[in-house]
Ligand binder design. Structure first.
Ligand code: KIV
Ligand code: ZN
Length: 515
């Protein structure tokens, strides 16, 4: 890796996972981590091992199975945090411990109740402990952009001295501006003794919509690691968007001479779609690079220009980020090979039995529906992916509704492998189905949101339902797709309940979830 390579540190699985509705289970994290490896990120922050048993297990699994990138685990500076991160990373080919503590006076006074001297000692102790476990240690000064500059110099100098090789300067509350942030990076590089031995890293939140601009300004000032997430997901307004930083650097080579990343840009769109299908959180249509409208030319004058020469209104091509054409892609005569190719283009790695099941569902859908679009394929796969340890499995469903009498639903569910069946009434058919499912699964969760939409145009479109369900402060999104929206509703609800169960079984109260 050259001096001017920008390391892409992906924190979709850690900071990104902290955004509402984006929590992922073990298998989902592993699936995404494999796509991040294909995307070519340098570092994957796989989780915060002490936060919960689930986080710990996910870091262990990613560390064991994803061998290309550095795998990183987050830890506060406490002895147990760092030990737990070290333990989670034992199987990693290239482990990194990322330890952090806040450095702004606001955080010291109100949150940590520590003096500046105490924090300095803690930094030294924590980095040394981490270095005793792994060679690669990153230190972050949380809320750096609201910290005293000269105190930051002392803190980072202590971290470097104790053995940290990456110094991260987070804009934790998304407060800084490009010129101010660039000046801070330059100042730290000038003032910290031996700073040329460290990689300066930036981690920006998007509260003022400046995360990408701030990160790019910092690159101009010599930062050589950018922390970011796919689709820009993350706490509150999110983190720096990976795709926007990478494509800015690549598209404006003239503004970033000699600087590049190792990202395989053709995997950007598949990664974006995969994340949306796993979390159920869709990308806003006008989102740069990966939004539905990012390459759509609506105005006649633009369409005319693009037809004459794409360069008139297109600064990059959809193909360069791996966007496949969304024309009619497959039909009932398409075979396994074409189906497999399309799955690959969409970043959906479906193997063995799962592939066969997906193919059968695709063929059934192609029989019922003339045209199969990318969205149909994504919906089929998202709907099919079941965790091996799911507690609940939806069986048969029969619904009576209309203007005669009260709507009712007979629902069958396997709970821990045992068949249960109930008939319930509701104000509408969806209410009747959900009441039946709630009774059989004995859930205490609250349904917060119910949404239904047609996956594609046409009366024969697949119906996709997404539900937001919460219990004890944990919020998850479940999705289900089916030609019948009532069946899709039942599937979505059971999907969400399985996700909640997964988290419940792994909850550990050693640390708050997130930072
Ligand atoms: O935003 C932040 O400060 C963080 C740190 C843990 C790097 O996420
Ligand atoms: Zn953050």
């Amino acid at each position: 890796m050259s001096e001017d390579s920008i390391r892409i540190f992906d924190t979709t699985l850690r900071d990104g996972e902290q955004s509402p509705g984006c929590s992922m289970n073990h298998q989902e994290k592993l699936t995404l981590a494999r796509q991040l490896e294909r995307l070519g990120v340098d570092i994957i922050e796989a989780g915060f091992p002490i936060a919960s048993e689930g986080d710990f297990e996910s870091v262990v699994a990613v560390a064991a199975e994803v061998r290309g990138p550095v795998i990183c685990g987050l830890a506060r500076t406490g002895v147990e945090d760092i030990a737990r991160a070290g333990q989670a990373l034992e199987k990693a080919a290239k482990p990194r411990i990322h330890t952090f503590i806040a450095t702004s006076d606001i955080h010291l006074e109100y949150k940590l109740r520590m003096t500046r001297e105490q924090v300095l000692e803690e930094v030294d102790r924590a980095v040394r402990q981490a270095r005793g476990l792994v060679d690669d240690v990153e230190f972050s000064a949380e809320d750096a952009t609201r910290s005293d500059r000269d105190y930051l110099v002392q803190v980072f100098s202590a971290a470097l001295e104790a053995g940290a090789s990456t110094l991260n300067v987070p804009d934790t509350v998304g407060y800084t501006t490009p010129d101010e942030y660039a000046a801070l990076i330059s100042y730290l590089r000038e003032q910290i003794p031996g700073s040329d031995k460290a990689i300066f890293s930036v981690h920006c939140h998007n509260d003022l919509g400046l995360a990408v601009a701030n990160s790019l300004a910092a690159v101009g000032a010599g930062a050589r690691q950018v922390e970011c997430t796919v689709n820009g997901i993350g706490e509150r307004a999110g983190n720096t968007s990976l795709e926007e930083v990478v494509m800015s650097i690549r598209t404006r080579k003239d503004r970033f001479p000699g600087v590049d990343t190792e990202i395989n840009a053709r995997e950007i769109y598949p990664a974006s779609r995969l994340l949306s299908s796993i979390t159920g959180v869709s990308v806003q249509p006008n989102k740069a690079i990966v939004g539905d409208n990012a390459f759509a030319h609506e105005a006649g004058i633009h369409q005319d220009g693009v037809l004459k020469a794409a360069i008139t209104y297109e600064i990059m091509t959809p193909e360069s980020i791996g966007r496949a054409s969304n024309e009619l892609v497959l039909g009932k005569h398409s075979g396994r090979h074409a189906f497999r190719e399309r799955l690959d283009e969409l970043g959906l790695s479906v193997e063995g039995d799962e592939f066969e099941k997906a193919f059968v569902r695709f063929k059934n859908l192609a029989d019922a529906k003339k045209t199969i679009f990318n969205e149909d394929i994504e919906a089929i796969v998202a709907d099919m992916v079941e965790a091996d340890d799911d507690r609940f499995e939806l069986g048969e469903l029969s619904i009576t509704c209309g203007t005669f009498g009260t709507p009712s639903a007979t629902v069958e569910i396997k709970v821990d492998g045992v068949n249960r069946k109930v008939t319930s009434l509701g104000v509408g058919p969806v209410d009747a189905i959900f009441k039946g499912i709630s009774e059989l699964t004995e859930t205490k969760s609250v349904l917060e949101k119910y949404q239904v939409h047609a996956v594609t145009a046409g009366l024969d479109a697949l119906g996709e339902v997404s539900v937001t369900v919460s219990e004890e402060g944990r919020r998850v999104i479940g999705r289900g797709a089916h030609e019948d929206v009532l069946v899709a509703s039942g599937k979505a609800y059971v999907h969400a309940l399985n996700k909640l169960e997964w988290h419940k079984q792994r909850r550990q109260v050693t640390a708050p979830k997130g930072i």
